[in-house]
Design a protein around this ligand. Structure first.
Ligand SMILES: Nc1ncnc2c1ncn2[C@@H]1O[C@H](COP(=O)(O)OP(=O)(O)OP(=O)(O)O)[C@@H](O)[C@H]1O
Length: 449
């Protein structure tokens, strides 16, 4: 009765927030990531059309791209294909066209890959939509469109338009742009209600951020309805940063006889991170321990994780008063504001980033040498949040550098620390109490970098 309805609506609200967070994370990654995330893993080909040419390319020249497209790529500073592009591009550019499902973590070159495929297939002389790309949110659609405009700068006859809320086009208008990027709901309206484009003329269909897409019933159904209206010989491409079973099932439902490739995620290792803890009576004690660290180690850049916005605010005020250059990252900032804070931190304008859990994910800043858990991460049930702990201290010790993690622990939370240490016992790295005698070796290790 009423109770179940109430529970269902609460669950729906939680899912929507979770999805928004997922989409926000995806957008934040795009905004802060100015360069490729290199991977030294090989791409795994899980399934392929036996007739498809299976080879990978090491240069863009081997792809026989239109010269104005090759020009666009070089002007973007791309020297050679990324790991996923090496295998995905030959499949996507093959004739006859191949369908593809590709998973590769954020920042590894998926967007550039399918944008290159769309630009490559567009016939600039024809003034009607030929490529359709679905994205989960307006902002992500705009981000992808910017890559099209940058990479297609020299393809003078090729133009892109956005099927998103707010781009009002009168019913019956015949759209001339060859590439359409939009969110599922608006794209459906453009196809059926407003009849702005003829889906039968679409030759390339891209569904990006599939892992974000499938989490709202609407998107999943709408994407399927759009895909159903496309012609049989339309090339279908689907991309996702992760490959949970649900994503793969959705992908195979949408993309007929696909090639399937994936790039394994870099394992997060803790082996090159030294972890210590300070026993603290209260928050002032924690602040004093923090000052001890600063007083005695030449710190590169540090990220300090707090559990609440209130503590983050209090801590940043204390640090600023003591003359540290501090920036704060917390949930009430918009994604663009967060990206700006992270960009400043990356540029070294501030030495300390105080942040709450919400923004902890996805910040990969190379020169972070120290991570401080001002409070150990726990979930809503006040149990240790192992995944967040791993994500947080994984912000340091990146790219083979040495890293340092300090945990400020109240006495009653020691069992929490022990269960975290136990959970990561495979790395067999103790979380030792920090005392000043450790300093010389720690400082030396940091210097070695
Ligand atoms: N072959 C390449 N060489 C150099 N830089 C590249 C290459 N391909 C992409 N990049 C750059 O790397 C960054 C990440 O690329 P891209 O956005 O395509 O990755 P992505 O996997 O789609 O990331 P996300 O999933 O976060 O959207 C971008 O700044 C892009 O310009």
């Amino acid at each position: 009765g009423g109770i179940t309805k109430l529970v269902q609506s609460i669950q729906l609200i939680i899912r929507i927030y979770w999805l928004l967070d997922l989409a926000e994370n995806s957008l934040l990654n795009k905004l802060i990531r100015k360069s490729l995330v290199e991977s030294n893993h090989q791409v795994e080909v899980l399934q392929r059309d036996p007739s498809s040419p299976l080879f990978s390319v090491k240069t863009f020249e081997e792809l026989h791209l239109k010269k104005e497209l090759l020009q666009g790529i070089y002007e973007m500073g791309f020297n050679r294909p990324s790991k996923i592009q090496e295998t995905a591009l030959p499949m996507m550019l093959a004739d006859p066209p191949q369908n593809l499902i590709a998973q590769s973590q954020s920042g590894t070159g998926k967007t550039a890959a399918f944008v290159l495929a769309m630009l490559s297939r567009v016939n600039g002389a024809e003034k009607f939509p030929q490529c359709l790309c679905l994205a989960p949110t307006y902002e992500l659609a705009v981000q992808t469109g910017q890559v099209v405009e940058k990479m297609g700068k020299r393809c003078v006859n090729t133009r892109v338009t956005y099927a998103v809320r707010g781009n009002r086009i009168p019913r019956g208008t015949k759209i001339e742009e060859q590439i359409i990027i939009g969110t599922p709901g608006t794209v459906l309206d453009w196809c059926f209600k407003l009849r702005l484009l003829d889906a039968k003329k679409i030759s390339v269909f891209v569904l990006d951020e599939a892992d974000v897409m499938i989490d709202t019933q609407g998107f999943l159904d709408q994407s399927v309805r759009i895909q159903r209206t496309l012609p049989q010989d339309c090339q279908m491409l689907l991309f996702s940063a992760t490959f949970e079973d649900a994503v793969l099932r959705f992908a195979e439902q949408i993309i007929p006889d696909p090639n399937i490739i994936k790039l394994r995620r870099e394992e997060m290792t803790l082996t090159n991170i030294r972890q210590y803890y300070f026993l603290c009576e209260n928050i002032q004690d924690k602040y004093k321990a923090l000052c001890n660290i600063y007083g005695s180690i030449t710190v590169g850049q540090a990220i300090i994780f707090c559990q609440t916005r209130r503590n983050a605010k209090w801590l940043s005020q204390e640090l600023t008063r003591d003359g540290h250059k501090v920036s704060v990252l917390s949930g009430e900032l918009t994604v663009e504001q967060r990206a700006a804070v992270i960009q400043r931190f990356r540029d070294g304008k501030e030495k300390v980033l105080v942040t709450t859990n919400v923004c902890a994910r996805g910040i990969d800043v190379k020169q972070v040498t120290i991570v401080v858990n001002f409070k150990l991460p726990t979930n809503q049930l006040r149990c240790p949040d192992f995944e967040t702990y791993l994500h947080r201290i994984g912000r340091t010790g990146r790219f083979g550098k040495k890293g340092l993690a300090f945990n400020m622990v109240e006495r009653h939370n020691l069992p929490l620390l022990r269960s975290i240490e136990e959970h990561f016992s495979e790395y067999s790295i103790p979380i030792k109490p920090f005392d000043l005698s450790d300093l010389p070796s720690v400082a030396e290790e940091l210097r070695q970098g």
